[in-house]
Design a protein around this ligand. Structure first.
Ligand SMILES: O=c1ccn([C@H]2C[C@H](O)[C@@H](COP(=O)(O)OP(=O)(O)OP(=O)(O)O)O2)c(=O)[nH]1
Ligand SMILES: [Mg+2]
Length: 151
């Protein structure tokens, strides 16, 4: 498995809480925990930046990480991300933060150590633009935004 350098910024990670880990053999995401000092109530519509207690340095420009909502929290409780998706650059070395947004109508309690989001490593292709005046024609051409219909 690919190794990623990690700094433990909060000593409760690795003692009180395990390092983020794949829950099953086929899991894509590593759950991130709320490294809070006390529980937090996220009011309806409120967004708060929550530390994960970790920083990672991906280093490989052909890799990034994305922070995604956990589906149970997002679907059942409306706890998603203030930035919708968090993108972690391969050269970022700062603390990994989760922007937690309560898009529901009711307050939501986040307890210390709760698994609030998940981290997924994803391949990246860096490209450069080749300026042209005409593209090689395709069947779709400029059609988009539903032009092919519904069924
Ligand atoms: O949910 C997130 C999103 C981003 N980051 C960190 C890692 C990422 O590499 C950096 C910058 O994120 P991004 O490029 O999305 O934000 P920006 O607003 O463009 O900031 P910058 O000008 O620093 O690139 O912030 C997080 O810790 N959590
Ligand atoms: Mg940026």
């Amino acid at each position: 498995m690919k190794k990623i350098d990690v700094k433990i910024l909060d000593s409760r990670i690795g003692t009180q809480f395990p390092l983020p880990q794949y829950a099953t053999e086929g899991s894509a995401g590593l759950d991130l925990r709320a490294c809070l000092t006390e529980e937090l109530i996220l009011q309806p519509g409120e967004t708060q930046l929550i530390p994960t207690g970790l920083s990672i340095y991906i280093a490989d420009p052909n890799l990034c990480a994305m922070i995604l909502p956990r589906s149970g929290l997002g679907h059942k409780h409306g706890i998603v991300l203030g930035n919708l998706v968090g993108l972690i650059d391969s050269d970022y070395q700062g603390p990994l933060m989760v922007s937690a947004w309560n898009r529901s109508q009711v307050p939501f309690k986040i307890e210390v150590g709760d698994r609030i989001a998940q981290l997924v490593f994803v391949p990246v292709v860096q490209t450069e633009f080749n300026i042209v005046t005409e593209f090689t024609e395709t069947e779709r051409g400029e059609g988009g935004f539903g032009h092919s219909g519904k069924q």
